[in-house]
Ligand binder design. Structure first.
Ligand code: SF4
Length: 461
């Protein structure tokens, strides 16, 4: 039950039947796990782009009346969790920009590393920014390029060459819907179809909810353009040095999604099985910490032969209305979110599978919940290696001094979280969890091996 967040989820559709705002609404609800701070939808009707966005969950921001005020046969939508730029209302996306060639709407997932240098040089030439999000820099660059190039997709391509870092982008111009993914493929982006409609989404689970069919992933570096129902693909910037965020498989993405050929549930199960293979532990039951620990726990149980059990019940209805308690009563916060099934836990030697440990405080509270429920032993298995380094590509991993694994040995962490034993997935096994993936992986937060130079980003931290 990691407290880590990712920056965003994006959704876009071209549909001659219209109702694009409604379809985008359902798509965004399916992507809500990728960002809960704000959301928005921009629609295009006869080359006119209008939009609505606000802070809040998708079903808080939108209702039927608002959606009916957004007619169009093209749309882009966005759910946001803020890392770069903070959680200001004006940073909610899509960003809609009016310039000499018309209007552009942009939805972005990821984090750009060379923001500072780009922003400074734009400001020196008179640019004024209204938000603190790096997406505005991308939007500004695309608009500037468009003035001197023949098409919007050419401008997007030129800008992609300037950017370093993670970006899965959806751009809507008066006539076109464009999907583009950074050449490293840090964040996922895929394409689907429903009748004559073309759809793009951060994760394939968004297609299931709207009865669309998953077609394929956008390749790292690829640009796909939809215009009048025709698809154009540009693969000039695609390369072999891919680095999909491996934490998408461990934690971020929904288990019912497929990313670049690999099922997320299957990758988590594989992580659990590899943990079981890594070291043998005698126990009576295996339980997973909801949500992302569940698939890994199933994999652990299957490989080890130790029975899988439901150990926790998660309260799904806390939502944003939940008042966060004071430091002194943080235990209540965990209990509100997660309760133990005492009849299952009491008197048992428990293997508890979770996705990650960041600062260690949440994990310690969960172990204590199991102890209070009468667990005889608690063995903690973590389905990724220890977090040691920050992420510059859209995950809000805290600074190094706050990461527990940076300051303590695994044995010490085991004592701190009050576990009888603690085991993390090894780096070597981490790279075995997604054998069907078409892409190579970024593992920098575990190894410090950043796939691209992050020295520009260092100065901005
Ligand atoms: S540093 Fe970690 S969280 Fe960030 S993209 Fe790489 S694997 Fe993902």
């Amino acid at each position: 039950m990691s407290n880590l967040h990712e920056e965003c989820g994006v959704f876009g559709i071209w549909d001659p039947e219209g109702h694009c705002a409604e379809t985008t609404y359902y798509g965004l609800v399916s992507l809500q796990h990728r960002g809960q701070e704000g959301c928005g939808i921009a629609v295009n009707l006869n080359r006119e782009i209008t939009h609505y966005k606000d802070v809040g969950l998708v079903n808080e921001v939108f209702n039927e009346e608002i959606l009916q005020r957004l007619p169009g046969n093209m749309a882009v939508g966005h759910v946001r969790y803020s890392t770069a730029g903070g959680s200001l209302r004006e940073n909610v996306q899509p960003l809609v920009l009016r310039y000499i060639k018309g209007t552009l709407a942009i939805a972005h997932n990821g984090n750009i590393v060379n923001t500072l240098g780009l922003k400074k040089s734009l400001e020196r030439n008179g640019a004024i920014f209204q938000t603190t999000a790096d997406t505005e820099i991308i939007a500004y660059l695309i608009a500037r390029e468009r003035v001197n190039t023949g098409s919007i997709e050419e401008s997007v391509k030129n800008v992609m060459k300037m950017l370093k870092g993670a970006f899965s982008l959806l751009v809507m111009s008066p006539q076109k819907l464009i999907a583009a993914r950074d050449p490293w493929g840090f964040r996922p982006l895929c394409m689907g179809k429903r009748d004559n409609a073309y759809i793009f989404a951060s994760e394939s689970c968004a297609f299931d909810s709207i009865d669309a069919e998953y077609i394929r992933d956008i390749e790292p570096g690829e640009i796909v353009v939809v215009e009048n129902g025709r698809i154009k693909e540009d693969k000039e910037l695609t390369g072999k040095n891919t680095s999909l965020c491996i934490f998408e498989h461990i934690y971020f993405s929904r288990p019912d999604s497929y990313i670049d050929g690999q099922g997320v549930h299957e990758a988590r199960k594989a992580a659990g099985a590899l943990l079981a293979k890594q070291s043998k532990t005698e126990a009576d039951i295996v339980i997973g910490v909801p949500d992302s620990g569940l698939s890994a726990a199933a994999g652990y149980a299957e490989y080890s032969g130790i029975p899988y059990e439901t150990g926790f019940i998660k309260n799904k209805y806390i939502g944003r209305t939940f008042i966060k308690p004071q430091q002194s009563s943080r235990e209540i916060a965990v209990k509100m979110k997660l309760n133990t099934l005492k009849s299952v836990i009491s008197g048992k030697r428990v293997i508890m599978v979770d996705d990650s440990i960041v600062r260690g405080t949440t994990c310690a509270r969960i172990v204590n919940l199991l102890r209070s429920a009468g667990a005889k032993e608690v063995h903690v298995k973590i389905s990724c290696p220890p977090f040691m380094w920050p992420c510059y590509f859209g995950t809000d991993i805290p600074s190094r001094k706050e990461l527990i694994a940076n300051n303590h040995t695994i044995e010490e962490i085991g004592h701190i979280i009050n576990a009888d034993s603690l085991d993390y997935l090894s780096i070597e096994n981490l790279h075995k969890i997604a054998p069907y993936s078409n892409l190579k992986f970024c593992d920098a937060c575990f190894t410090g091996n950043y796939p691209i130079d992050v020295s520009d980003a260092e100065t901005s931290k």
